[in-house]
Design a protein around this ligand. Sequence first.
Ligand SMILES: Cc1cc2nc3c(=O)[nH]c(=O)nc-3n(C[C@H](O)[C@H](O)[C@H](O)COP(=O)(O)O)c2cc1C
Length: 191
Amino acid sequence: MSLEELVVKARSYRRFAEPQRLERKTLEFLVNVARRVPSAGNRQPLRYLLLHEAEACARMFPYLRWAGALKDWGGPKEGERPAAYIIVLTDTDVSREAECDAGIAAQTIQLAAAERGFGMCMLGAIERPKIQAEFKVPERYQIVLVLALGVPAEKIVLEEAPASGDVTYYRDAHDVHHVPKRMLKDIVLGD
Ligand SMILES: Cc1cc2nc3c(=O)[nH]c(=O)nc-3n(C[C@H](O)[C@H](O)[C@H](O)COP(=O)(O)O)c2cc1C
């Protein structure tokens, strides 16, 4: 698979085959791939908490907000929820400005997961103080993102955004998730 094909495959999956669990060593593999990506000033402030047991995943789920654009969908139901999570944190003793680093790491993890047949969704709409308390994360570490992972159980297609510029994702009558992407001519500025 070319890198371009992998990027297209690595969509934001929100429905999973929940009984198909991920092992801790798979999560460690994914973080180990991301360990070597670029980092501002090479400070490497990111730290990770890995959740793979069903009990821990159940404790995480209430603090996540899913697909804000799908107004009549309350998120994945039991049986299709994530089978693992990676909490991406910044060590504030190293850096407080870790959003770019976290984005690079998250996308790298998403690509590595896709290559192995797993799906992922980055989650930024999360209840950070509650997650911090639930998992007893020391104050020194601040949560940047939560990555939800599992074996995908939904179909997602990319399509070209319409001329109106509406990039709202949606589900069709067959429950296929559609993601409009702006066209090249609309994102490259100048002649
Ligand atoms: C930084 C960031 C935060 C995100 N937070 C959420 C979130 O809280 N909940 C959610 O359902 N999706 C979240 N997403 C996923 C986006 O909604 C998704 O990337 C977008 O719909 C485009 O779909 P695609 O990733 O398949 O291209 C987030 C994505 C990014 C990059």
